[in-house]
Every structure is written in C-alpha cells, then in structure tokens.
Write a protein that binds this ligand. Structure first.
Ligand code: AMP
Length: 426
C-alpha cells in the first residue's frame, strides 16, 4: 500500500512513522512534510492546502490511501475531491468537517444531537452581538466562526475584553472571513481533557483520553500556542468512564451526521471541559490533535493503516484498536519567541543521543534538512516523546531525552504531565 500523508508538523511525522512500520505499507509520501517525514519516506513539495495539487500528486504516484493531518484541507473538501478522483481518503467529507470548520455549525449540530456544551448565541450582526454582550456581561467566550489557526477564541474576563474581541473579529476583520460570524458563549470552568475516537460512519472506538498544554509557559501561563506537550492516558478521564463519555459526546454526533446523509468517517476529537456538572464539549476537531497524536501513536499496538481503512470502509471493530498499557508523554521544544516571531535555521543536535533510549522517539515538527544538517524551520521544532511504565516514568524519560537535545534558544515547559500526577496522588 502506498500512502500519502498531508501536512508538515509533528503530528504528520508521527503518522508517517507509524504508517511506515506497517508490513502492508510499501511507501509513505508526505506533502509537504518536514525533516522527520523525510526519514519515513519521501517529501513532495505540494502545500497541504492545495487540494487540486494533492489530488494530482495522489493520482500521479498511484497512492492507495490519503491521510490528512491538519483540518484545513478536510474543511476545503480534500476527502470529497480525492474520492471523486478515485483515491481512497481517510477523514470526513467537507460537510462533516464543518464540525471543526464552523463553530456555529458545530453548536447547531451539538444542540440537535443533545450534546452537553456551553449555552451560546450566534451573530452575523455586530450591533446585535454588542448588545447581547453588554446585557449578559463577563465572563464570556467570543469565538470567530471559521478556522483562525487557533487564534479565534477569546476567553474574556471583563465585558470590555469581550467587546474588544468582538470588534477585532467583526469590525477590524482580524480573522478575515472566519470572523464575519461570531459565537458568543457562556464561560465554563474546570480542567480540560481531549477525548478522541476512530469513527466508521456508524461505529466509534475511543482512544485513551489525553491532556494537552496550550499556554506557552509553566503553570499554564503566557500566550496560547498550538500545544506545548501532551500525555496519555490522562487520569482526569479514567477508562471506566469511556463508555459513558462516548454516549455523551461521540455517538450522538455519529447518529446526527448519519441522519444528515454525511456519516462521519475519520477521527472525531472532542475537546472537553470537565465541569462540576460533568463533561461539556468546548469544540470538535475532525483529526488528530498535535501534539496529542505523538503520545497516542507511540502507544498504539495495532496496525494503523488497517484501522484507517476499516474506518473508511465502515467495518471498524473495538478489537482492531489495541493500546500499550504504558503511559506516553510528549514535550514540545520550541524556538525562542514562539508563539510570536522566532528565528529559523538553527542547527539541531542530540536527537540520536536522545533516541539511544529505546523508550524515546523524537518527532520532528518545524525542521528541515540543510545539506548534512538538521535545522529549525518553525516555532514548534520537536516533540520529544517517551513511553514509561506509568506517567511519572514517561515524564522522567521524556525530560532526560530533552536534556540531550539542543538548538539555539530552545525552550520547553517543565511541567508537562504534572496535573495528571497530582490527580494520581490525590
Ligand atoms: P476552542 O477552539 O473552541 O476549543 O477554544 C480554544 C480554547 O478556549 C479551549 O481549549 C478552552 O481553553 C477555551 N474555551 C473555549 N470555549 C470555552 C468556554 N465556553 N469556557 C471556557 N473556556 C473556553
């Protein structure tokens, strides 16, 4: 089987790595890929948002299955375009990808399906939205409807902040067309958890719960990032609650999308707030998280292409998805200045030394080969991921590996996994 992985981050290196280990996979192509995916196969310089270019590449190279890492190509119809061209593609169609592509659509579907989520109103008129915010008062959450590279959400502690966020989206056009519609919702309080499931249109099989770390600095301080680390399984949502959580936040969506003639095949990722009233959905994603993908795939004991094909073909069974009993933890090493402006082209050393420990895998994100050297090319540079007999062991091993790697100005959070450890102790 020849597989095309679409994307260029740490998640895509993890996908390419896991796919290339399958005895059924003869070749992995990544578009556009990075320094890590190049080690698993071949990189081809087609952008991950160039849907016609990706279709041409898949046909030209006789690809048997396409796997999209990021959401943007799915939202713009990658699955539909590939399947129309006769190429199998893992992931939901454009309509179902609207669960991530439009916050207003996701809310509408959640309400129709009876999924617990924050109370909300959707607005296309600035003055109406402003009046609503002034009447309700803070705390409120202001969300640009469309994809905004993770920057479209403001959790406003004051009404002034909420109005500022509204104005940025609807008047100043900070997110372009993505901010023309805005969702204003009630603020929820609690700890967050990521709950992902493989879906075949009618059936879903859960992955183990994860926890991500969005803020840049220790103690959840500093600006929001794409994610500075993740681990699984996350004690905040223990396995004995997976069935109930599936019935609360995954299965109702599968039934609703099937009813609408767009059965959901692919990965459905529920971002949950674990509130005092039980889990509530903050958002859906229609693909693996980055970096949640890295620890999840390191623990996956089954053949990944077999699972993806079964999802696409509507024959997924729980037996197909087996997890190592170990814990896995990923620490993201970032370039200085990230998530703001940062330098590129810094030489990276120490990956081999880190991987000398067989429990460690270094997934590359913002990297590229420059002659014989590996250099940085992005803000999130590496996802140093380790397995351990428990969370504490995975954490210790991951940080030992991080200490062996260097590039100019590298920074990382030192507290990945600590919330999980605190919960285990409690
Ligand atoms: P989203 O893209 O909708 O998940 O929002 C990004 C982040 O904003 C989430 O991971 C939460 O940290 C925060 N957030 C979103 N919605 C809410 C809410 N209703 N209450 C509190 N925090 C929220």
């Amino acid at each position: 089987m020849r597989i095309l992985v679409v994307g260029a981050g740490g998640r895509e290196h993890a996908l390419a790595y896991k796919l290339s280990q399958s005895p059924d996979v003869s070749k992995v192509i990544a578009a556009p890929g990075n320094g890590g995916t190049a080690l698993c196969g071949e990189n081809v310089a087609v952008s991950d948002t160039d849907v016609p270019g990706l279709v041409a590449l898949a046909r030209d190279r006789s690809v048997d299955m396409v796997v999209a890492g990021p959401e943007a190509p799915l939202v713009s119809g990658l699955r539909d375009a590939m399947e129309s061209a006769g190429v199998a593609c893992f992931g939901p169609d454009a309509y179902a990808s609207g669960l991530e592509g439009s916050k207003a659509f996701a809310k509408e579907v959640m309400n129709a399906a009876g999924v617990p989520t924050a109370a909300h109103e959707t607005f296309t008129d600035f003055r109406a939205a402003k009046a609503f915010i002034e009447k309700k008062g803070a705390p409120l959450v202001i969300k640009a409807d469309g994809l905004a590279a993770g920057k479209g959400v403001t959790v406003a502690k004051t009404t002034g902040e909420a109005l500022e966020a509204l104005e940025a989206a609807m008047v100043q056009g900070a997110f372009g067309a993505a901010g023309a519609t805005v969702v204003v919702e009630e603020a929820l309080f609690g700890e967050e958890a990521s709950f992902l499931a493989f879906c075949d249109g009618t059936r879903a099989v859960p992955m183990t719960a994860c926890q991500d770390h969005k803020p840049a600095y220790d103690g959840d301080t500093g600006p929001n990032t794409g994610g500075m680390g993740a681990y699984c399984p996350a004690p905040i949502l223990p396995p004995d609650r997976y069935d109930a959580t599936m019935d609360l936040v995954i299965n109702p969506i599968l039934r609703e999308m099937a009813k609408r003639g767009h059965p959901f095949t692919g990965i459905l990722y529920a971002g949950l707030m674990m509130t005092a009233d039980g889990p509530k959905v903050l958002e859906y994603n229609v693909r693996f998280g980055d970096p949640e993908c890295q620890p999840l795939l390191l623990r996956l004991d089954s053949d990944l292409p077999a699972i993806l094909a079964a999802c696409r073909e509507g024959r997924l069974t729980p037996e197909m998805v087996r997890w190592s009993p170990q814990s896995a933890l990923c620490v993201v090493m970032a370039a200085p200045g990230y998530p703001g402006a940062y330098p590129k082209g810094m030489t990276i050393t120490g990956i081999e030394a880190a991987e000398a420990d067989p429990s460690v895998k270094v997934f590359q994100a913002g990297t590229r080969r420059d002659g014989g050297k590996l250099v940085t090319s992005g803000g999130r540079v590496l996802g140093v991921t380790a397995l351990g007999t428990d969370l504490a062991a995975a954490k210790a091993t991951a940080y030992r590996a991080v200490a062996k790697i260097s590039f100019y100005g590298a920074f990382y959070r030192r507290d990945i996994g600590e919330k999980g450890l605190a919960r285990e102790q409690a």
